[in-house]
Design a protein around this ligand. Structure first.
Ligand SMILES: Nc1ncnc2c1ncn2[C@@H]1O[C@H](COP(=O)(O)OP(=O)(O)OP(=O)(O)O)[C@@H](O)[C@H]1O
Length: 256
C-alpha cells in the first residue's frame, strides 16, 4: 500500500536548536497511530512537519498527491471578545452548507450547537466542534494533537470511541498525539514513542512489552506519571531506530 504520509530522515530545528532528528515514519490508509513521549519531545513539531507547517532542516516529508488532512491542533485560543458562532467557525476555512455543518456536529455527538458562541462552550463540546470542523475536510487522515486535553475520564474514553467509529465509518487514517496511555494502548494499531527521535515503535502489545516502553512508562498505575520522568537512561535493542544525536539534550525532559 502507498503511505498517505511518509517522513524520511526528518530533522526539524527552531533557530539553532534541533528538536527532531532522523525520524522515519509512514502512515498507511486506515490505521490508527499514536505518538507518545515526554513534554518537549517534539510530538507537536513532528505533526506540524507532517502537515507542512514546519520546514525540514534535513530529510523530507512526502504526502500523497491531493491528500486531504483534518487537523485538530493542540491549542486554539478563542478570544472571548471576538464573538463567533459554532456555525460560522465550521465554515472556516472552507464554506460548508447548513446540512453539512449539522451532520458533522451530530456525528461528533454535539448536535444543535450551531448558534452557540464558540468561546462559551465547555471543554468537551469545544473539542468535539474542533473534530467536527476537521471532519468537514472529508479527511483521508485525521491528525489530532492532544485532542482530549481538558476532558474528564469518561469524556476522554468517549472521544476515543468516537475516533474509532469514525475510522470504521469513513476508513480514514488517524494520527494522534496523546498522554492518555491506557486508552492509547487499547485504541491504537501502532504506537510511536518519540524523544527527539523514535525511541521504539510497534503494535501496542509489542511496545508495551518493550524494555524501552517499560523504562519510559513503568508498569501499572504509576505508568502515566512515569511518562514525565523519562530520563532516557534506558537501553535500546537493535539500536537502528535510535541514533542518539549528541546535539539533542535529553536531561531537560526530567519534568517530574
Ligand atoms: N515555534 C517554536 N520556536 C522555538 N522553539 C519551539 C517552537 N515550538 C516548539 N519549540 C520547542 O521545541 C521542542 C519540542 O516542542 P513540541 O511542542 O514539539 O513538543 P511536544 O512533545 O509536543 O511537547 P508537549 O508534550 O509538552 O506538548 C520544545 O523544546 C519546545 O520548547
Amino acid at each position: 500500500m502507498t503511505p498517505l504520509i511518509r517522513a524520511e530522515n526528518l530533522a526539524v530545528e527552531y533557530g539553532e536548536t534541533r528538536v527532531l532528528a532522523g525520524v522515519d515514519l509512514a502512515l498507511e490508509p486506515g490505521e490508527i497511530v499514536t505518538i507518545v513521549g515526554p513534554n518537549g519531545s517534539g510530538k507537536s513539531t513532528l505533526v506540524r512537519a507532517l502537515i507542512g507547517l514546519e520546514t525540514p532542516a534535513e530529510g523530507r516529508v512526502i504526502r500523497a498527491p491531493g491528500l486531504r488532512i483534518g487537523y485538530v491542533p493542540q491549542k486554539l485560543h478563542i478570544d472571548a471578545s471576538l464573538p463567533i458562532t459554532v456555525r460560522r467557525f465550521l465554515s472556516l476555512p472552507r464554506r460548508v452548507s447548513d446540512a453539512e455543518a449539522a451532520e458533522a456536529l451530530a456525528h461528533t455527538g454535539v448536535p444543535g450547537l450551531e448558534t452557540r458562541q464558540l468561546a462559551r462552550l465547555s471543554g468537551g463540546q469545544f473539542q468535539r466542534v474542533l473534530l467536527a470542523r476537521a471532519l468537514l475536510m472529508r479527511p483521508q487522515i485525521l491528525i489530532l494533537d492532544e485532542a482530549t486535553q481538558g476532558l474528564d475520564q469518561p469524556g476522554t474514553a468517549a472521544f476515543y470511541r468516537l475516533i474509532e467509529d469514525l475510522r470504521t465509518e469513513t476508513g480514514c487514517a488517524v494520527l494522534m498525539v496523546s498522554h492518555d496511555l491506557h486508552v492509547v494502548m487499547s485504541a491504537s494499531d501502532r504506537v510511536i514513542c518519540l524523544n527527539g527521535h523514535v525511541c521504539c515503535e510497534g503494535t501496542p502489545k509489542v511496545v508495551s512489552e518493550a524494555p524501552e516502553y517499560r523504562a519510559l512508562f513503568g508498569l501499572g498505575t504509576g505508568g502515566a506519571f512515569a511518562l514525565y520522568r523519562h530520563e532516557h537512561d534506558h537501553e535500546h535493542e537493535g539500536g537502528a531506530a535510535c541514533t542518539h544525536d549528541p546535539a539533542h539534550e535529553h536531561h531537560h525532559h526530567d519534568h517530574a
